[in-house]
Ligand binder design. Structure first.
Ligand code: ACO
Length: 173
């Protein structure tokens, strides 16, 4: 298996049109339907990075900044920010577009964690992620503290072991 892979190699974009079946009674996209699309695009991206089956291990805070009306065209972009051992943090950005009005707004952003597994569902190592752009480097640098925060919140890491997170929170004291 390749031991390293550039972030750009697994960049994944998905475009969907919002139909009546996708909406709530106000005619806007249901949050759960959007989260399903985010899960799918993120999983495809993590599969491309690892060339493995992946499972969703966690979803960080998902904010709904703007509602997405019926007829909108939604674009989701998923990018690996950093690969750890078997897990990959993937950032998913979402934009909604009213094509006739030529308007495009950023509506959502969230960090998902996917874990590569073998045929028996056991975690398996993935390639190291390599960054090329300043944006990719910044996302990579922040990934360790985000990982520590989510593992502490999930009860999988002792707060005292979250050294990167602590030094970030204490910065500027
Ligand atoms: C695409 C889909 O929708 S799949 C369907 C929804 N998802 C699922 O059904 C997944 C169900 N959960 C599982 O299968 C398991 O809990 C797994 C594979 C996620 C983790 O298995 P575990 O036996 O706990 O493995 P282990 O403790 O070795 O952790 C493996 C990795 O998962 C990471 N991990 C485990 N839990 C979490 C969590 N809550 N948040 C973030 N990362 C996590 C670990 O940090 C570790 O990462 P690393 O190898 O990069 O250091």
């Amino acid at each position: 298996m390749t031991k390293t892979k550039y972030v750009s190699e697994s960049l994944t974009t998905m475009t969907e049109m919002i139909f009546p079946n996708d909406t709530n009674t106000l005619g806007n996209l249901m949050g759960g339907n959007l989260m399903r699309m985010m899960d799918v695009v993120g999983a495809i991206c993590a599969q491309k990075h690892s060339n493995r089956i992946v499972v969703t291990a966690s979803v960080d805070n998902v904010s709904f900044k703007e509602s997405i009306p019926l007829g909108s065209v939604v674009t989701l972009q998923a990018k690996v920010t950093r690969a750890f051992s078997s897990s990959m943090e993937v950032v998913i950005d979402v934009w909604a577009e009213d094509i006739p009005a030529q308007q495009r707004v950023s509506t959502n952003k969230a960090f998902f964690t996917f874990v590569a597994v073998d045929q028996s569902g056991r975690p398996i190592d993935v390639p190291i992620s390599l960054t090329e752009t300043e944006e990719e480097k910044a996302l990579y640098d922040g990934a360790l503290r985000r990982r520590q925060l989510r593992l502490v919140l999930a009860g999988r890491m002792k707060p005292s072991d979250a050294t990167e997170l602590k030094s970030f929170l204490n910065a500027g004291e």
